[in-house]
Ligand binder design. Sequence first.
Ligand code: GLY
Ligand code: MN
Ligand code: MN
Length: 429
Amino acid sequence: MKHLPLNNKLFIENRKRFAKEMKSNSIAVFNSNDEVITNGDALYKFVQNSNLYWLTGIDQEDTMLILFPDNIDKKYREVLVLVRPNTLKEKWDGHRLRIDEAQKISGIETIVWLDSLDALLQSWIHNADNIYLDTDENDRKPFHYETREYKYIRQMKKRYPLHKYYRAAKIAKELRAVKSPYEIEVMQQAVDITEKAFRRVMQFVKPGVYEYEIEAEIIHEFLRNRASGEGYGTIIASGDRARTLHYVYNNEECKDGELILMDFGARYGGYNADLTRTIPVNGKFTKRQKEIYNACLHLHHYAASILKPGISVNVYHEKIGDEATKIFNKIGLLSASEIKNEDKENRAYRKYLYHGVSHHLGIDVHDYGTRTEPLKEGMLLTIEPGIYIEEEHIGIRIENNYWLTKNGNKDLMKNFPITAEEIEAAMKK
Ligand code: GLY
Ligand code: MN
Ligand code: MN
């Protein structure tokens, strides 16, 4: 990892919170992600399993974590399992963690090499009544192939058929949704790096520039500030392409008179920022562009005024739908009769705003978190309304990241230019 060392109390606290939710005399086992082949002998860049990272801070393949809070042998209540360093392999692939290094990162005292785990684990399992195993419980998870966790579950159930099995993800998803102040400190660093990149591109953009040149500026700024890279595929979409929500080709010219929608965020210390700004290629909004921009900004501010503990994501979206309906009428997108006759299951405003306005954010860009339960203090969400008008070949989205406080929220991106005037001024400098 390129980032500076994190305070390991983050991971120590997370393990404590997790262990507190386990049934008595239970063991929990977490696995790292697979190393995945692209073609031949080449691998995708390794990305750690999010729950394992959240519990340990270890970003290395073939890692496991075992939590057995009631283990009679105190030494083995928390065990970090690592691949044994192999000096020949290290000549090719580089350094692997030593015991003291892994202890420092994770705050776990007991480190066991993967090749000597089996016998130890067997006796712990025989002393436990319940086994917690992990799966990915993101509602939109694709299921193309069986990951290591799912294979592991099959093996364990075959080997230990009479234990009771429980879902580690059920606990992790509740806990991960609420961010500690220290997690927010790390998040803020991802946000601050993202701000530098945004300010850089506001100086860089001019008519004739290509989308990929802007993307390159952003990634340059990320890496020189110790981000591990982009949190997700950077979207640089000028003109009509801004209506494509996950546009990642970034290969066209940005023309005079167009707006560019830029959705990007740095990943730092395992946490992601998620920003969207829409700026004029030539540094100045036209009257109509500004009108639509201000409507989108109004929706953003409205959302920020109601995003607080107690509201559920579903109710929040209904209210934003009501506000979007009003404002879309005001800027000439929806007529009174279209509104009156709308299908309640597919409301009229959705023609111009066809995605959700908020998602939880953290180690995953679309992080674990509830849609139906009331939101809680400590949750971190984006606010990202958009207005996409096919007839006018325009797409605008404005996205910031908000941490829920006791009675409201705190905007982690409050220093970023956001009004049309602030953006014009920043581009002029
Ligand atoms: N760029 C992904 C999102 O904003 O949700
Ligand atoms: Mn985004
Ligand atoms: Mn987002």
